[in-house]
Design a protein around this ligand. Structure first.
Ligand code: ATP
Ligand code: MG
Ligand code: FE
Length: 343
C-alpha cells in the first residue's frame, strides 16, 4: 500500500510517499519539503495569508519530486493523506484541497490525519523505532504535552501547558534577545557559549505535583532581565541569558517527563516535535533516562519539525491498525483546532 502524505498546517509544505506492505513499520520511500521561514522572517512570525499562497505554489512540484525520487508513478498511489488539523485554516485548506483533488482524479480514497499524531509517530521512521506502550513528550511550536501512548490512536493526555508551548517559550525569548524568527534553534546555538548560572530564572509549575506546564512567566522573567541589560548589552550577557533560558525550559521538560515515567511505570520515552531537536534537552534526557533504565526515542533530526513523512506515516499506521478508514469522499473539511485525545 503506497500512501502519499501532504502537510501544510503552518509554514512548511511537505510531501512524502511511504510503503506500508505487511504488518511492519511503513517504509519512507521519499519526502520533499519547502520551508517558508525566509518569507516570514521579515514579519517576525508567520503571516497566514502568505503561507496559504505559498503552499499553493509548492505542493504539486513537491509531489512530482517525491514521485520522481521514489521511482513511482502517481497512478501507483493507493491512498492520499493530508493534515486535517490543527493549524492555520487557510494553509490546511490548500493541502486538503490538493489531496482530495489528486485522489478524486485517481479514484483513490483519502484520509485526513491529525498533525500531532504525525509528530508523535515520527520516531517510528528513525533507525531506532520505539515499541508501544510509551510516554510521549510532545514539544512543538504550538503544543507541550505529556501523553501515555498504548498504541496507534490510543492516547491518554497526562498533562499539558496551561499557557505558552515550549517552542513558543524558545521563540519569544529569542525575540527578546534580538534573534530572528524562529529563534529556538538560534537561541540554542547562542546558549552553547553562555553560562546558565549567570541568571536565576523561574521554573514554573516544577513542583506543582501535576504534569502540567507553564512557560508564560518564564518569558516575562527573560523580558525583565533583558531590559535590565539595556541596549548596550554585550555578547557574553546575551549568551548567558540564552543559556539560562534554555536551562530553565529543559529542566522543566526533563523533570516532568521523569515524573510521567514514574507515575505510569513505563520504561520508554518518545520525544517528538521541533524542540525535540534541542541538543541540551536530548543530552539531559539521555543521561537521566539511562540512569533509570528508560529507553528514549527521537525522530531523525530532519523530521523533528513539520514534514510530509510523518503525515504519510500516521495515515499508513492508522490504516494498518484498522483505526481509520480512507474514503472516496472528496468533500473535505479541516479542523484548525482539534484535540488529539479526541481523535
Ligand atoms: P505544532 O506542531 O504544535 O502545530 P509547529 O508545527 O510550529 O507547532 P514544530 O514544527 O514541531 O512546531 O516545531 C517548531 C518549533 O521548534 C519552533 O518553536 C522552534 O523554535 C522549535 N525548535 C526547533 N529546533 C529547536 C532547537 N534546536 N532548540 C529549541 N527549539 C527548537
Ligand atoms: Mg514550522
Ligand atoms: Fe508541527
Amino acid at each position: 500500500m503506497l500512501v502519499l502524505g501532504i502537510e501544510s498546517s503552518c509554514d512548511e509544505t511537505g510531501v512524502a510517499l511511504v510503503d506500508a506492505d505487511g504488518p511492519g513499520v511503513p517504509r519512507l520511500l521519499a519526502h520533499a519539503l519547502h520551508s517558508q521561514i525566509e518569507m516570514h522572517q521579515a514579519y517576525g512570525g508567520v503571516v497566514p495569508e502568505l503561507a496559504s499562497r505559498d503552499h499553493i505554489r509548492r505542493v504539486l512540484p513537491l509531489a512530482r519530486q517525491v514521485l520522481a525520487d521514489s521511482g513511482r508513478a502517481l497512478a501507483q498511489v493507493d491512498v492520499v493523506a493530508y493534515t486535517r488539523g490543527p493549524g492555520l485554516a487557510g494553509a490546511l485548506l490548500v493541502g486538503a484541497g490538493a489531496a482530495c483533488a489528486l485522489a478524486a482524479a485517481l479514484g483513490r480514497p483519502v484520509l485526513g490525519v491529525h498533525h500531532l499524531e504525525g509528530h508523535l509517530l515520527s520516531p517510528f521512521l528513525s533507525a531506532d523505532p520505539p515499541e508501544f506502550p510509551f510516554v510521549a513528550l510532545l514539544v512543538s511550536g504550538g503544543h507541550t504535552q505529556l501523553m501515555r501512548v498504548d498504541g496507534v490512536g490510543r492516547y491518554e493526555l497526562l498533562g499539558e501547558t496551561i499557557d505558552d508551548a515550549a517552542g513558543e517559550a524558545f521563540d519569544k525569548s529569542a525575540k527578546l534577545l534580538g534573534l530572528g524568527y524562529p529563534g529556538g534553534p538560534q537561541l540554542a546555538r547562542m546558549a552553547e557559549f553562555g553560562d546558565a548560572t549567570a541568571f536565576d530564572l523561574p521554573r514554573p509549575l516544577l513542583h506543582s505535583g501535576t504534569l502540567d506546564f507553564s512557560f508564560a512567566g518564564l518569558k516575562t522573567a527573560v523580558w525583565t532581565q533583558a531590559r535590565k541589560l539595556g541596549t548596550e548589552v554585550c555578547e557574553q550577557d546575551r549568551a548567558n541569558l540564552a543559556a539560562a533560558t534554555q536551562a530553565a525550559i529543559v529542566e522543566v521538560l526533563l523533570k516532568k517527563s521523569l515524573k510521567a515515567l514514574q507515575s505510569t511505570g513505563l520504561k520508554r520515552l518518545v520525544v517528538a516535535g521541533g524542540v525535540g531537536a534541542n541538543r541540551a534537552l536530548r543530552e539531559q534526557l539521555n543521561t537521566a533516562c539511562a540512569r533509570r533504565g528508560v529507553r528514549v526515542h527521537y525522530p531523525e533530526l530532519s523530521l523533528c519539525t513539520d514534514n510530509g513523512a510523518m503525515i504519510a506515516l500516521a495515515a499508513a499506521m492508522r490504516l494498518q491498525a484498522g483505526r481509520a478508514e480512507a474514503r472516496r469522499d472528496y468533500a473535505f473539511d479541516v479542523k484548525p483546532r482539534w484535540d488529539l485525545a479526541a481523535v
